[in-house]
Ligand binder design. Structure first.
Ligand code: CTP
Length: 415
């Protein structure tokens, strides 16, 4: 299966570069063909000769080498691969990638490529935790770049923490998963899987300057859309107002109100899976004013509320137009699982991801989620994880569902 797959490995500077040699060996053992770019920094740690010996190819190092340019060209080099793997990915190279900078062969090939890219970061823990690096990695992920690691442990610099490069065996597994997901998403029904995701809050106008809203950041829904797109799924995101950038590779439709969100979803119903992660306002103001409501000598305005349409229930009950798989969230502050089980039945969706949104959990607007995954076979308690990790796990479940290999709950229950 891996026989025809070509990997372009970019080895940047860092002590972890020595692991790249083992990585090349393992990739080749699995049948991948490997071509390597070694940066100047990388060549401080390992020699071009050892890389060339292991890849059984020449090693590409210099953007301005005329021989390379005439034989190959950096654009061809980046496009002839099926996957570009950057391992180790230094803080510097990640920053260049995030900002579209290119001044050597590695960064130029990464900017020129139209192929999926996997980054395997390796750096000191403080450098990894620095907001600049975190912002850069988020940017890359929002563009669909696949991130593997880093892992936690003792570092060459004597410190301890997150920043170690993942082990070569784990990187090879991630590469194989990538190709497996890619193939699956292309094979279902002979065409690409498609998904519709709702995200963010909705704003319900009171008058032209005021509205009803909630604290949803949209992070969870946006991360789901990005994770699906990264798996080769054709993804449409219908987003309420958020501060987030549109995820890379996702067709994003911006809406304000629940009614607009419903209309946008209805016109994109022809999908395999719908995921409703938006925190839709339950009520809107009946007859919102066209003019700003003015104060009237202490007299309080009377606002009458009316219920908004339920988008999740509408999609779940769309008859022939219903997507095969409909997934909802349940934001609860008490009796989380019990309420969510009822919600799933009431709205007729297939899966519900229930989470506790009590203020003390910091879930709403925060970075983490504690999910109870409710489906036909029962309830799985997922460990507390970042919204990004929830998105990856849900996306994997969706791919598994469509490839007829849905995981058993026992594996998850064991975690
Ligand atoms: N949802 C929706 N449209 C609405 C309200 C909710 O699509 N008008 C979806 C959400 O995106 C989520 C699920 O329904 O996937 C549950 O949302 P939640 O806020 O937990 O529940 P509500 O339906 O609002 O019920 P309640 O407020 O009574 O808990």
């Amino acid at each position: 299966m891996n026989q025809n797959k070509r990997i372009l490995l970019v080895i940047s500077g860092g002590i972890a570069a020595y692991k790249s040699l083992d990585l090349i060996r393992r990739m080749r053992e699995k049948g991948f063909s490997v071509r390597a770019i070694l940066t100047k920094g990388g060549a401080e740690f390992i020699t071009p000769l050892s890389v060339a010996a292991l890849t059984e190819d020449k090693v590409y190092t210099d953007l301005f080498s005329l021989t390379d340019e005439s034989e190959m060209g950096h654009i061809r080099l980046s496009r002839e691969a099926d996957l570009v793997v950057v391992a180790p990915a230094s803080a510097d190279l990640i920053a260049k990638m995030a900002n579209g900078m290119c001044n050597d062969l590695a960064s130029t090939a990464l900017l020129a490529t139209d192929k999926p890219v996997m980054v395997v970061p390796a750096m000191n823990v403080r450098m990894w935790e620095h907001p600049a690096t975190q912002a850069n990695i988020s940017t890359l992920k929002s563009r669909g770049v696949i991130q593997v690691g880093p892992t936690e442990g003792a570092m060459a610099c004597g410190e301890f923490g997150l920043g170690r490069m993942s082990e070569p065996a784990d990187i090879v597994t991630a590469i194989q998963d990538h190709f497996k997901n890619d193939t699956i998403s292309k094979q279902v029904n002979g065409s690409r899987l498609s998904a519709l995701v709702t995200s963010g809050p909705t704003h319900e106008p009171i008058d032209p300057v005021r509205y009803i809203a909630n604290r949803s950041s949209g992070r969870q829904g946006h991360a789901i859309a990005a994770a699906l797109a990264a798996r080769g799924i054709e993804t449409t995101l219908v987003s309420g107002p958020t501060d987030l950038p549109d995820p890379e590779g996702v067709a994003t439709i911006h809406v304000e109100t629940a009614q607009e969100m419903l209309d946008a979803c209805k016109s994109h119903l022809n999908v395999d899976v719908a995921i409703c992660a938006a925190a839709v306002a339950d009520w809107r103001v009946d007859h919102a004013g066209n003019q700003k409501i003015k104060k009237q000598n202490g007299l309080l305005p009377e606002l009458t509320l009316t219920e908004n349409p339920d988008i999740l229930a509408t999609l779940s009950q769309a008859g022939k137009e219903r997507p095969e798989l409909v997934v909802g969230f349940a934001a609860e502050t008490e009796n989380v699982v019990e309420n969510a089980v009822h919600k799933r039945a009431r709205k007729s969706c297939d899966w519900i991801l229930a989470n506790d949104v009590s203020p003390e959990t910091g879930t709403f607007g925060g970075a983490e989620n504690l999910i109870h995954f409710i489906h036909d076979d029962g309830v799985e308690d997922w460990p507390k994880m970042t919204k990004q990790a929830v998105a990856e796990r849900l996306a994997d479940r969706i791919v598994d569902h469509f490839s007829g290999r849905e995981k058993t709950s026992s594996k998850d229950a064991a975690e």
